[in-house]
Design a protein around this ligand. Structure first.
Ligand code: PAF
Length: 295
């Protein structure tokens, strides 16, 4: 695996492979790679000739009050994980390379309306525009490719899908299933911030979503009652502070009053200063395909 730090080097390298007719797989990340990221890279490696993993902690998607400076970083570990998972190129640009005039010098912003205003967008109003801006930049650097995103950030995936459609990016998007710890907790770089007590309580979020999805599968369609089911489960762990629990349409992300088989369950819960998100739909209840949440 080659590590590149400049946009011009990356473009030149991709151009050589494209000339040979190779397909390009792109896995954009903010680093501190875990098995969830590795599974995206592995899928890209199985489906594409050249796999690029990008690692850039994008300041545009952090508000001033958020955890940019303390966001976990581990370049040597990322390099090992990306190589072991099958990446051919690791793109590791510095801030200066991505934003030559600094964060404040970035005058362009790509925002996807409506989808960005709900759920995560309510407490993080600038987050998705910052995310879309860097993803648009990475797509522009990589050129036509297949890009792999995890469904753990399902709202992010839905927003990137809308951006690709609206702006005609020559990018095929692949949404990959959430990777979970054995107790059901969705894998996230932020899990390292959890204390022992918070880590023990954190699976309650997945458990709440599973309980509501099970209730839907048994015929309960009232979102008020499904939300009450989720609240009941979360309240078994007093240290979990609910930010939102929603049942939404998976394309428009609009909240529903009546759920159906396509509906998706979302939650954000704070454990101390650590804010965890998760989501699932009925397909994840399939006992054979997801042992972690079938307990
Ligand atoms: O999901 C992430 O890690 C980031 O939001 C992304 C897509 C790499 C953009 O910075």
């Amino acid at each position: 695996m080659k590590t590149l730090t400049t946009i011009s080097e990356l473009r030149a390298e991709i151009a050589q492979h494209r000339l040979q007719g190779q397909s390009i797989g792109l896995v954009p990340t903010m680093g501190y790679l875990h098995s969830g990221h590795a599974s995206l890279i592995e899928r890209a490696a199985a489906e594409c000739d050249l796999v690029i993993t990008t690692v850039f902690v994008n300041p545009l998607q952090f508000a001033a009050t958020e955890d940019l400076s303390s966001y976990p970083r581990d370049a040597p570990g990322d390099s090992r994980t990306a190589a072991a998972a099958g990446a051919d190129l690791l793109f590791l640009p510095g801030l200066q390379e991505m934003y030559p005039l600094g964060r404040e010098g970035v005058l362009t912003s790509v925002s996807v309306n409506e989808l960005s205003a709900v759920m995560e967008g309510e407490s993080r109003p600038t987050h998705f525009a910052g995310m879309c801006t860097v993803v648009a930049k990475l797509f522009n650097i990589a050129g036509p490719c297949t890009a792999y995103f995890g469904k753990k950030d399902f709202q992010q995936l839905a927003i990137v899908q809308a951006m690709v459609r609206d702006l005609s990016f020559d990018v095929e998007l692949v949404g990959c299933e959430i990777c979970r710890e054995p107790d059901g907790l969705a894998m996230s770089s932020r899990n390292v911030y959890l204390s022992t007590e918070q880590r023990a309580a954190a699976p309650v979020l997945a458990q709440a979503l599973v309980a509501a999805a099970r209730s839907l599968s048994r015929g309960e369609t009232s979102v008020d009652r499904l939300r009450a089911t989720m609240m009941d489960v979360i309240s078994t762990q007093a240290i979990g502070q609910v930010e939102y629990l929603e049942v939404v349409d998976p394309i428009t992300l609009r909240p529903l009053t009546q759920a159906d088989a396509r509906s998706r369950f979302f939650g954000a819960v704070r454990f101390g200063s650590v804010r965890l998100i998760d989501n699932l739909d009925l397909s994840e209840l399939d006992l054979d395909s997801n042992a972690a949440i079938s307990q």
